[in-house]
Design a protein around this ligand. Structure first.
Ligand code: NDP
Length: 479
């Protein structure tokens, strides 16, 4: 096979890629050796800022296929008919660790899906848990600091974590999931995904429904024990990344069933559970799962950096028929995700191949910016309104008005909020062996934590279920 001639990035043929240009056999080197300078300079710039959360990840491409009709709830074209297929890209991740951290650790897992629909990209940026640790985005960076490293020692700190959690009872539900068997999934293929927030559906009659998304693994839930996870973190720290890539390479395509829970708009007002609180689920007996389709991953990335590291998901990316909700955490994320991409990837991140909508985009009037890599709008008009026939708005895409009430103020989100019942429900649905493992895992994590913090946290466990609090207290030798 004829080999191609190596060039510089500007296409200039390279005569020597083994030996730098030097004065005499032993140097020094000449600054005019541009090929050497370019290699050194480019190498220094190979890394982009890692994500501040969800830094370690793996991804794959696939297909969503509609199996059941839900057009009574949404006009989103992705769900238009049974059998309809839509391409997608998924990125799984751990949350707290750095880009080189171990896959098997105890941590929530990110489960982010980008559907390339004919009406633009729809990003469902979820986790493998249906709830979260905080319910107000004002607490997000504080919470994440406790999951990262101590500012002085640069070590992870159980003291920071339990201090924050014990002072934030809304975290108890998610803490219970985190320390249960599902806190250490066996692989990305063996876990569920959840949209977690409440979103909205709008149907053809312009009626609004509140919706939660559930993506259930067809491989079955499988988890590592705490001991297995610790051992694997040393023996094969990339096991989940490897497992996903190998399964797809061997055509053992992982699948998930896609479900929704649907709440008519007016029911949110009087529902006994706050419908827009990210620390709560809607019990299945109140709002049963409705099957919608199959999500399959069937193509590995060709290039990790292009297809996974630069994949940029944002819950703000929605399509007609799918909308937001008043959930405060969702509202915060609508700003934060795109902002993170502007910082990490630059203002034109949406033009990168993995992020680019596959639908015909009649481009907004935005222009220019770092690394603009399409035709930049060519000679088309770049302001609106204009009298030369540039693209215009279409009111058919407006959502029905949403009635809101309340005076502007900083409302205490912990006042009159039941942070205990659902954590207790979860504890009680576990069999005895799972409860013992949960309490073992928590006691292990709390071993070095200050007693006053432990005492404060034990009250929360006890409020969820006396057996929960007593079991951990007993393991820690506390009455
Ligand atoms: P159900 O009995 O109808 O559902 C229980 C759910 O709990 C199932 O979806 C099950 O998942 C899931 N589950 C089982 N073990 C764990 C675990 N260790 N961590 C997280 N989830 C687990 O009860 P309800 O709908 O009334 O909910 C009861 C509790 O179940 C909730 O308080 C919540 O903690 C948890 N849960 C509820 C969900 C919901 O949307 N209603 C979703 C996920 C959890 P699977 O079917 O895959 O086994």
């Amino acid at each position: 096979m004829a080999t191609k001639t190596l060039t510089t990035t500007s296409g200039n043929p390279v005569g020597d890629n083994q030996n730098s240009l030097s004065a005499g056999r032993f140097g020094p080197l000449a600054l005019e050796d541009y090929h050497l300078i370019e290699k050194l300079a480019h190498f220094n710039r190979e890394r982009i800022p890692e994500r501040v959360v969800h830094a370690k990840g793996a991804g794959a491409f696939g297909t969503f296929t509609v199996t059941h009709d839900i057009t009574q709830y949404t006009k989103a074209k992705i769900f238009a008919e049974v059998g309809k297929k839509t391409d997608l890209v998924v990125r799984f991740s751990t949350v707290g660790g750095e880009k080189g951290s171990a896959d098997p650790v105890r941590d929530p897992r990110g489960f982010a899906v980008k559907f390339y629909t004919e009406e633009g990209n729809w990003d469902l940026v979820g986790n493998n848990t249906p709830v979260f640790f905080v319910r107000d985005p004002l607490k997000f960076s504080d919470f994440i600091h406790t999951q990262k490293r101590d500012p002085q020692t640069n070590l992870p700190s159980a003291e920071m974590m339990w201090d924050f959690w014990s002072l934030s009872p809304e975290s108890l539900h998610q803490v219970t999931i985190l320390f249960s068997d599902r806190g250490t999934p066996k692989s990305y293929r063996h876990m569920n995904g959840y949209g977690s927030h409440t979103f909205s559906f709008i149907n053809h009659a312009n009626e609004r429904f509140w919706v939660k998304f559930h993506i259930k693994t067809a491989q079955g839930i499988k988890n590592n024990t705490a001991e297995q996870a610790t051992r694997l973190a040393g023996e094969n720290p990339n096991d989940a990344t490897q497992d996903l890539f190998n399964a797809i390479a061997q055509s053992d395509f992982p699948r998930w069933k896609f479900y929704v829970q649907i709440m008519p708009e007016h029911e949110a007002t009087n529902y006994r559970i706050p419908a827009f609180d990210l620390t709560k689920v809607w019990p299945h007996k109140d709002y049963p799962l409705i099957e919608v389709g199959i999500l399959e991953l069937n193509r590995n990335p060709d290039n990790y950096f292009n297809d996974v590291e630069q994949a940029a998901y944002s819950p703000a990316n929605i399509v007609p028929g799918i909308g937001f909700s008043p959930d405060k955490m969702l509202q915060g994320r609508l700003f934060a995700y795109a902002d993170a991409h502007r910082y990490r990837l630059g203002i034109n991140y949406h033009l990168l191949a993995v992020n680019k909508a596959k639908s015909p985009t009649v481009c907004p009037y935005t222009r220019d910016g770092f690394m603009r890599c399409d035709d930049n709008g060519g000679n088309a008009v770049n302001y609106e309104p204009n009298s030369v026939g540039g693209p215009t708005q279409d009111p058919q895409y407006l959502e029905p008005p949403l009635a809101l009430h309340g005076d502007l103020g900083h409302y205490d989100h912990r006042q009159d909020n039941d942070d205990y019942s659902q954590a207790g429900d979860l504890f009680r649905l576990m069999d005895s062996a799972a409860q013992q493992r949960l309490m073992d895992n928590i006691a292990q994590s709390m071993q070095t934590v200050s007693r006053d913090i432990v005492q404060r946290q034990l009250k929360h466990f006890h409020a969820a279920d006396p057996a929960y609090g007593d079991g951990i207290a007993q393991r820690l030798g506390i009455k």
